[in-house]
Write a protein that binds this ligand. Structure first.
Ligand SMILES: Nc1ncnc2c1ncn2[C@@H]1O[C@H](COP(=O)(O)OP(=O)(O)OP(=O)(O)O)[C@@H](O)[C@H]1O
Length: 958
């Protein structure tokens, strides 16, 4: 079984961590239905003496008090056609466990406690006795408590007695002292009282643990009554059923329930004590046996208004748990059926299976274990925590059980059904339910496991109509026959192996059917047993099958008698299993769950601790990540801003440079205020300066020549070399030295420097154009995702997206690029002009030197030698040639530049002032053209005289 135990899923079906939940406030069973208790029909006037021995009923002169079988009361669940409308019991309508009500119920005198020994007064008729005066666990006499009795007689001449004070109250405090020892002591005491010499007495030892009862089913309303009058006599008070027919006789049992006795009464007498014993640690078995349609299922399951043994047992189980706080319990339930000699698990089958339906299920086999006895495996067991849950599980199994219509029962059970409730319990220390270690909270006693088996057998049927019914019937009949045989052969004898054997020492045929094999433990004395045999002796049944039916009924009665006489139970309280060893092993779930709970709790605590730590760490990591992301974003933004600023600065510087170049160009060509060419323009220094795009500034009254222009602008884009050049000024002699060489040397070097400068400038421009183009591309891409792009320059911002559209920006940039290209063209032209000027000068120089050589040859002196004979002749000739050469070169350049300026003036790029000065046309850059250039021009015009004076005295002389 252990292998089949389902490990309950933790969240839903976990084991109870403490005592099982309290039941809802109990209602008394009275309130649950309109069924009248038998006491309502009591007829105290009927004298006790009116009860006759079965034989006397045959006397015609004396009308028996029970002249006819009691008329059936209006029974819920039976419709006009006599067909049942029930079998599916609504769990909600089951009664709640009552609380300590001393309800008066009719109770027949216990044949055991009362020491009844009925004897037939008719010698001819056989008498069947329930032959035990032994105190027992099930009749109360073995427990030192007498069942209070009333003496009220009911309408059937039966005696109603008040139920025992503990009836239905299930008070733990009122419970009997039922340790096995005490029980056995009691038996011993009782035994001493009995005739110990009697052989029979020894056999009856333990018979009190077996209760056999017979219940008579009423006819359905509307069925013809009365024909059976006189054939049968039922005396509930005497627990007697008498048949006056040929094979008749008197049958005495522990209980005989007449037609009007309801399920509640039946339960009270056949199962209530047994259920209690099971809760105390005994194994218990209740089964219903009888012909088809006689009320087995009705008695075991009941109806919504009249719950049967199973639901009432469940109610009492939970009442007991609630009232026993000193112990903790775990309940698990299984439900199987034996159909055509095969075992099916009703809890793992799809519901609503009709007979013969296709159901693929693992074959369930019966196994045997020295501790557990015979058990089915694999079988699903469900742990239940409330009566409702337990009833639901059983209702589910009922749905899956095979039923079919038979001649006597519209919904006949075609299988033997076994509900098994396993009760695990353990004592606990109050106030320390959880504890720290695995065994804390427990007393050393360990876990006690007991089993309650509630069995509804299939009904025997002789005349089946269909083949299927006949097959079923043959299996049913065979198993019932085996059961009868086993019971008939039961004795207290054991074979040499200690196994139960018949009187002749032969093995009992338990293995001949699944049913007997499953019941082996109960039948061989390990369990308390209660057998309910159902019969129908009314007119309807008798009329329908006549003698056959009577014979069947008599068979049932004989079976009941044999069971009572032969089954001997020495049931003892189950041993307590410790931990995972012994009988418990893996089967004792209570212990396993307890340990698991403790372990899980620890795990949970550790996890909770770890989780809080982890949470903290995760939060820190998250914070750090967020911080990093923020920083990255800020950095990115900063970079973008820097780039924009650089671009803006570049643009601005470029603009300044452009303007400066224009100004210097005008200076270099020597345009004076009156519009005529100034002699300044003749000085190579200024012509060079203009080409180099320099700005003249004063520093402490001393004129400085600084290179700023486009080289500076490129430095902002990150060119180190440009930056060096930019910061050079007077401090970087190399560039300036080179320049000064050109300015103050022979002019050739200066042109080369200019050339280089121009080339560098051109390179700068190209780079700048590339940068702008890149920027343009970026702007185009960004225009899709960004709503605005801001380009700021000093004092001026160009906004795209907000103030202007992107296209405006693009246009602007395009214009700027075009302008830059135009400038480049200018520069190229200038470069060309300068080169040609340099070439011309070189040519002139060569011609000059040749004429000089010739002149010196004519004079008889080496060229450039200052001989004493002609001290002033050579320098003079040189000066003259130089002057001529330079004048020519400057003239050419001036002319050329003048042409260029004229071009610009004509194209409208620059305007000529009234006094001959030039400035940038104010159309495109009004702000700039109105500020910077005039200032610079003014500066230049101021400097002109001094420059003129100190720079070129030769020119002045000339
Ligand atoms: N004591 C009773 N009072 C009222 N109705 C009863 C009683 N016993 C049985 N019946 C009715 O008789 C019909 C047959 O009963 P039930 O199904 O319990 O018989 P059964 O013995 O289980 O038959 P089977 O063996 O075929 O399953 C049902 O309609 C049931 O309601």
């Amino acid at each position: 079984m252990s292998a089949t135990l389902p490990r309950p899923s933790r969240p839903s079906n976990g084991p109870p961590t403490m005592a099982l939940p309290a039941l809802p406030v109990g209602k008394t069973r009275k309130s649950t239905g309109g069924i009248q208790t038998p006491t309502s029909k009591l007829t105290p006037s009927t004298p006790r003496t009116g009860l006759r021995a079965p034989s006397t009923t045959l006397l015609p002169a004396t009308p028996p008090p029970t002249t006819a079988l009691p008329q059936p009361r209006s029974l819920s669940g039976i419709n006009g056609a006599g067909k049942t409308l029930r079998k599916t019991v609504s769990i909600n309508s089951f009664p709640q466990p009552p609380r300590g009500d001393n309800r008066v119920t009719s109770l027949p005198p216990s044949p055991l406690s009362g020491g009844l020994s009925h004897k037939s007064k008719t010698p001819s008729a056989p008498n069947y006795h329930v032959s035990s005066g032994t105190p027992s666990l099930l009749n109360g006499t073995g427990e030192g408590k007498a069942v209070a009795r009333g003496s009220t007689r009911n309408s059937d001449g039966l005696v109603s007695v008040s139920s025992p004070p503990h009836s239905r109250s299930s008070s733990a405090q009122d419970s009997y002292s039922t340790s096995a020892t005490q029980y056995e002591d009691m038996i011993d005491v009782a035994q001493q009282k009995l005739d110990s010499s009697s052989k029979r007495a020894s056999k009856t030892d333990g018979k009190g643990n077996v209760i056999v009862s017979v219940r008579v089913r009423p006819d359905a309303p509307g069925q013809e009554q009365g024909k059976a009058d006189g054939e049968w006599m039922v005396d509930g008070r005497k627990s007697l059923i008498a048949n006056r027919g040929k094979e008749g006789g008197d049958y005495y049992y522990d209980n005989v329930f007449a037609t009007h006795d309801d399920n509640s009464r039946v339960y009270d007498h056949i199962a209530k004590r047994l259920v209690r014993r099971v809760m105390e640690g005994y194994h218990g078995t209740v089964f219903a046996y009888g012909m088809t349609g006689t009320g087995k299922t009705f008695s075991m399951q009941g109806t919504a208004s009249s719950p049967g043994v199973i639901p009432l047992a469940i109610t009492d189980i939970f009442s007991y748990i609630r009232e026993t706080p000193s112990r903790e319990f775990l309940l698990r339930v299984s439900y199987l059926e034996i159909y055509n000699e095969k075992i099916h698990d009703l809890l793992s089958m799809p519901t609503g299976n009709a007979v013969g339906g296709n159901m693929a299920q693992e074959e369930i086999k019966l196994r045997e274990d020295s501790k557990r006895g015979v058990y089915a495996s694999p079988l699903k067991e469900e742990i239940v925590q409330s009566p409702t849950q337990l009833l639901r599980v059983i209702a589910r199994g009922d749905q899956a059980r095979r039923t079919a219509s038979t001649q006597f029962n519209a919904r006949s059970s075609r299988s033997h059904a076994v509900v098994q409730i396993v009760v695990e319990s353990r004592e606990r220390i109050p106030g320390n339910p959880a504890g720290d270690n695995k065994r804390s909270g427990l007393l050393p006693g360990g876990v006690r496991v007991s089993t309650l088996s509630l069995i509804d057998l299939a009904g025997s049927e002789k005349a089946a109509e269909t083949k299927e019914r006949r097959t079923e019937g043959s299996h049913i009949n065979k198993s019932l026959l085996t059961l009868g045989t086993v019971i008939a052969k039961l004795s207290d004898t054991k074979d040499k192996d200690g196994k139960a054997s018949d009187k002749d020492g032969k093995h009992l045929p338990y293995r001949d059917s699944k049913l007997t094999r499953l019941l082996q433990g109960a039948l061989s004395g390990n369990s308390l047993v209660s057998i309910l045999c159902t019969i129908q002796i009314g007119a309807a049944a008798s009329m329908a099958l006549g003698n056959t039916h009577t014979a069947e009924t008599i068979n049932t009665l004989k079976f009941a008698s044999r069971a009572k006489n032969n089954i001997v139970s020495h049931a003892k309280r189950a041993e307590e299993a410790l931990g995972s060893g012994g009988d418990g092993g893996a089967r004792v779930l209570l212990e396993r769950y307890r340990m698991e709970i403790v372990e899980l709790r620890k795990e949970l605590e550790t996890q909770a601790k770890n989780n809080s730590k982890k949470d903290d760490e995760e939060e820190k990591v998250r914070d750090a990540e967020e911080e990093r992301a923020r920083e990255k974003e800020a950095e990115h933004r900063h970079e973008e801003q820097m780039l924009e600023m650089q671009l803006a600065r570049t643009a601005l510087k470029e603009r300044i440079d452009h303007l400066n170049r224009l100004i210097l160009s005008s200076k270099s060509i020597g345009v004076n205020a009156s519009g005529s060419y100034s002699s300044l323009g003749m000085h190579p220094r200024y012509s060079q300066g203009s080409i180099r795009s320099s700005v003249m500034t004063t520093n402490g009254g001393r004129p400085l020549l600084e290179r700023t222009s486009s080289m500076t602008s490129t430095s902002t884009i990150g060119r180190g070399s440009s930056g060096q050049r930019n910061s050079s000024g007077a401090e970087q002699p190399s560039a300036d030295d080179e320049d000064s060489l050109g300015e103050f040397g022979d002019g050739t070097a200066s042109l080369a420097a200019q050339n280089r400068a121009l080339q560098a400038d051109v390179a700068d421009k190209n780079r700048y154009i590339q940068t702008l183009e890149k920027r343009l591309l970026q702007a185009r891409r960004a225009s899709h995702s960004r709503t605005s792009v801001g380009l700021s320059s000093t004092g001026k911002a160009i906004m795209v997206g907000e103030d202007h559209s992107v296209s405006a920006l693009l246009k602007d940039k395009d214009a700027e690029i075009a302008e830059l290209r135009a400038r480049l063209d200018d520069k190229d032209r200038m470069l060309g002009a300068l080169r040609s000027a340099a070439r011309s000068r070189d040519t002139a120089d060569r011609v000059e030197s040749r004429s000089e050589i010739r002149a010196s040859q004519v004079l008889g002196q080496p060229p450039n030698s200052a001989g004493p004979t002609s001290p002033s002749k050579a320098p003079l000739a040189k000066q003259v040639s130089e002057l001529r050469k330079r004048t020519k070169s400057v003239d050419e350049m001036s002319k050329m530049l003048d042409e260029m300026i004229q071009d610009r003036v004509e194209s409208g790029e620059i305007v000529r002032g009234s006094r001959g000065s030039v400035r940038v046309a104010p159309i495109d850059r009004p702000a700039e053209s109105s500020s910077d250039p005039p200032i610079q021009l003014q500066l230049l015009s101021k400097q002109r005289p001094s420059l003129l004076n100190e720079a070129n005295p030769v020119a002045l002389e000339a």
